[in-house]
Write a protein that binds this ligand. Structure first.
Ligand code: ZN
Ligand code: ZN
Length: 250
């Protein structure tokens, strides 16, 4: 099948409901990120930006840098990168990511997460009843006095395969999460879902009132001051009901 846009090259990427060649699919993504950059006014020409990424998003992180440099050729953005190691519990990996953001000196952060990751996390958190970091789903997140830009939050990885930087599929060490990733990739191949599940996330966020005092994780009980990871690492800052609960357990 030929690309429906240029009618010259073979269509290789299904994107925005169209079958495009890799060249036209790249243009589509660049257009999308350009639109997001202008609607959010996230960047100034000489900004310092930190890209924080779990190791399985290394290629996407460098792709984002290249795309932004292509969009703004006159900009002198100073990109730095912070890689988070994936330890096998997806929430722990996300916690490490959030704490890195919180402690960074930069005020502008980019997260490379893609729509397929968020969809899998929505299913994962529903099945584990831990919705901790579902609040990272948005184009811009304001947290810890920082602006966090997520340019690909509604773009699944499959829409990026026209770029040579993206070398494969997502592989995380959390087994359950990985199964969900593969399952949803096989079951939602028409991509429509990636542009529509955001409403469910918003509903969950509106209905869960508890927040970790330190990392903002969503907590289903307001009895606790902190999430399980913060209470381990910053126990002195997590006084309150959680502390007495821990003492009871011992
Ligand atoms: Zn084309
Ligand atoms: Zn926390």
């Amino acid at each position: 099948m030929l690309c429906v846009k240029c009618n010259k090259n073979y269509a290789e990427v299904y994107i925005s409901g169209k079958y495009l060649c890799k060249f036209c699919s790249r243009d589509e993504i660049i257009k999308r990120v350009r639109r997001e950059l202008s609607s959010t006014r996230f960047l100034d020409r000489n900004d310092a930006v930190l890209i924080v990424f779990p190791e399985f998003y290394k290629d996407v992180s460098y792709l984002i840098k290249n795309v932004i440099n292509r969009i703004c050729k006159e900009c002198k953005i100073n990109f730095s990168f912070e890689e988070i190691s994936d330890e096998g519990d997806i929430n722990k990996t996300l916690w490490d990511t959030v704490i890195k953001i919180k402690n960074s000196t930069e005020n502008k952060i980019i997260l490379p997460f893609t729509a397929d990751f968020y969809l899998a996390y929505l299913i994962y958190s529903t099945s584990t009843r831990k919705y901790y970091y579902i609040n990272l789903y948005d184009i811009i997140i304001h947290a810890f006095d920082k602006n966090i830009f997520v340019p690909l939050y509604n773009t699944p990885l499959t829409e990026l395969k026209g770029f040579s930087e993206v070398t494969g599929e997502l592989n995380v060490k959390d087994e359950l999460f990985n199964i969900i990733l593969k399952w949803s990739k096989n079951n939602f191949s028409d991509n429509e879902i990636y542009h529509s599940f955001g409403n469910s996330i918003q509903l969950i966020m509106d209905n869960i009132k508890g927040r970790c005092n330190i990392c903002n994780a969503l907590l289903t009980s307001t009895d606790f001051a902190c999430c399980e990871y913060c209470s381990k690492s910053f126990s002195h800052l997590c006084l309150g009901p959680l502390q007495s609960k821990v003492e009871e357990d011992h």
